[in-house]
Design a protein around this ligand. Structure first.
Ligand SMILES: [Mg+2]
Length: 292
């Protein structure tokens, strides 16, 4: 799986020429970096994940129905679920969860197979269901469900007003990050983006991949003369907390994303906050205190 830095150094280059940035840095001194995850702290992905789940169930049911219709009558009895019952509505007897139920289970790390089974999906169809989820989750028609977290804009402005350098480290594809920030008019508030080219990486949320990416981000920010000592990693999953801890950063875990407060506390981050705004205030206060 490619781990590739896709730093978008020139997000705001049209607004501020590079020489001006250098002059500003010479006057104000090197900037302190704060590392921040994307999905969870900045983006609410709950509706996209829920819509993906619903469409995944529907796709499996349709494929199942088509497969059933191609089989001779005696063969239909060998299919899982209620295949021998007539009518599409009762083919699999699916019972989709409400969004609240679904998201609560995701936040508590209920395994996907259990979520599928509680939705009425036979275990034999779990793999086809997950294949549909992976196929669908990055489709543009579903990406449009992504929403900006309610106070994320204010939080990013707070970092900017405090003269901090906000560096996004995410397992999302950098183009998706750029498109979202651009659509929201937030490019000028993010200084750098480190993402991965594999569009399946965000769903898989592999800890070791996040560690490699954060290590690369720290090394490159240091090489550019920015301050990463005493820095923080802000994120909403175990991948963010463990990556930050592994690399010696303070960690702020946010409960507004895809993990519950109870789960995040087990990871023993430096702090748990409910949103990026409270984390921003806390991180800025902590860093200002250390610099004093
Ligand atoms: Mg996240």
């Amino acid at each position: 799986m490619p781990v590739r830095n896709f730093s978008l150094h020139h997000f705001s280059s049209s607004a501020v020429p590079a020489w001006k940035k250098v002059v500003v840095q010479m006057i104000s001194g090197p900037k302190q970096v704060v590392f921040c995850d994307f999905d969870g702290p900045i983006v609410d992905v709950s509706e996209r994940y829920y819509q993906t789940y619903l469409k995944g169930l529907l796709a499996v049911e349709q494929a199942f129905g088509e497969q059933r219709d191609r089989l001779p009558l005696p063969g239909r009895a060998t299919l899982p679920g209620r295949a021998t019952l007539p009518g599409r509505a009762t083919l699999l007897a699916l019972r989709p969860l409400s969004k609240t139920q679904f998201w609560q289970m995701k936040r508590s790390r209920v395994p996907d197979i259990e979520i599928a089974m509680r939705s009425g999906l036979p275990t034999e169809l779990f793999q086809p269901f997950m294949q549909q989820v992976e196929r669908l989750v990055n489709h543009p028609s579903l990406l449009r469900w992504d929403r900006l977290q309610p106070n994320a804009r204010a939080a990013l402005k707070r970092f900017r007003a405090g003269n901090f350098r906000l560096v996004v480290v995410t397992l999302r594809h950098p183009r998706q990050v750029q498109d979202f920030l651009s659509a929201q008019g937030l490019e000028h508030l993010v200084d750098d983006v480190y993402g991965v080219l594999d569009i399946h990486a965000a769903l898989a949320n592999r800890v070791e991949l996040k560690c490699k990416l954060l290590a690369k981000a720290i090394a490159q920010q240091q090489a550019q003369g920015f301050i990463t000592q005493n820095s923080w990693m802000v994120g909403d999953t175990e991948a963010d907390v463990i990556a930050g801890q592994t690399l010696g950063l303070s960690t702020a875990a946010l409960s507004c994303g895809v993990r519950s407060t109870a789960y995040l506390k087990q990871l023993e981050p430096s702090v748990v906050h409910n949103c990026l705004m409270t984390a921003a205030q806390n991180v800025i206060d902590a860093l200002t205190l250390k610099a004093a």
